[in-house]
Design a protein around this ligand. Sequence first.
Ligand code: AMP
Ligand code: MG
Length: 331
Amino acid sequence: MDTQILPVDGRSLELSKKIICEGGAVAFPTETVYGLGANALDTAAVENIFKIKGRPSDNPLIVHVHSGFDISALVDYVPDYAKRLAEKFLPGPLTMVYKSKGKVSAAVSCGLETLAVRVPSHDSAQKFLKYVGLPIAAPSANISKHVSPVTAEHVFADLNGRISVILDGGKCSGGIESTVLDCTGDIPVVLRSGLITRRMIAETVGDCGEYVMKEGEKARSPGMKYKHYSPDCDTLLFSFEEREEAVAKYRALNGQGNNAYILCDDETFRLIGVEKVLNLGESAEEIASNLYLKLREGEKIAQTIIAIAPREQSGIMAGVMNRLAKACKGQ
Ligand code: AMP
Ligand code: MG
């Protein structure tokens, strides 16, 4: 199968709709990362997404809808706090988990009774979702466990030959996946951190929990248990306090002919001043936006990426740290 990267226009939208209606998959940009979308009402189409990505069959998908879509057609009970959060943060990088009405294929939620729903704010995502007019099940458009894609070229690198169309919406501005929020209980609970932080949610509705998986417990958000976001090269992770150790490792590896690069934020870079650096930038938003871009750049040029965690680890940086730790987990 030939894979084309197409600008978002009348022709590519028409082609995308045809592919989706025939049970195929289309990659499209969102404000977080690129998604690989299929008709959420069509079980074979949803199962095909798992096949294309090599995704574990118990890792549920998020359903994407346009901003005019009435989600009460898909989910049963939307608590008052969820309505307030939707008003404030949607469309945007916040996925909300509700009790499912069972209207979409059971393959989307991998048999769970809940459904994760997201309304992306990216202009091209909205155009695609409106044009197709169906709920679209979409994980990130990468091979499972690899670094998530934030450009059409990243999607192409992973899925060339496996899908026919990648809609090109430029570089995703957000850079890390959406916050996943459980809205089935009395208060919202963050299942996966992202750009909409626990604090922002608590400030809006008064309270917000955070789910931490305990040893031996069945994951409430199954994706959390998997290794993820890993670049195709060796990786090491040091804390901010261990930065001198990281530099010593960097020098030792380069001295042995191993082409090692340091991945860190601008604050750390100014402290250590090494030559081969993948600089994530300064603000939390900038660091999140650059994380996958730099991991993908790093896997091409480096034999080893030595990551140094940023000093600050709350708010948006909690989401960055979670991805960085998973990216650098044992290969
Ligand atoms: P990805 O599509 O790779 O960004 O992953 C989506 C993530 O959303 C999954 O890994 C799950 O952790 C989470 N998710 C999707 N559906 C549900 C659900 N029904 N309940 C809880 N978490 C979900
Ligand atoms: Mg993913």
